[in-house]
Design a protein around this ligand. Sequence first.
Ligand SMILES: [Zn+2]
Length: 151
Amino acid sequence: MVKSSPSTVAAASEPGAVLAAPLEAPALLVLPGRAGHRCSGGAHSTVGDGRLVCWQPATSARVAVDAELVHTPVPPALGGRWGSTDPLWVWPRWCATECVAKLTDTPIVLLARAGPAGEGPVDTPAGRVSWRVDRVGDLVVVLAVLSPRTS
Ligand SMILES: [Zn+2]
């Protein structure tokens, strides 16, 4: 992981800057579980093993995070629909699709049926969703931000 000096903290309202910020505490936390965790404004994702990922970027924009265990086998139904059972291919796209679902208030089943999110960003009725994919230990983590339509 590349460390950046504190002076590179993202400008408040720039989605690109938010996504370029260093991926480390305190902005990103991976906790043993939800118990005892309190924060306001953080985006959260609960991993299959119970861990909680909390992302607290320096922005007022709407954000989302999704995380999966990178080596979890891909369910056959999902693999069949998306044409791959490779966890290293599916889970980053699944997490990105989950983030688009969260930020656009769209049921994940609808988006998953339509296919995996591409490289992004995607334009939606709610605005433009941009994201980045990272590995944090054994987790694939996608951080996403919604840029509302200005017109
Ligand atoms: Zn939190």
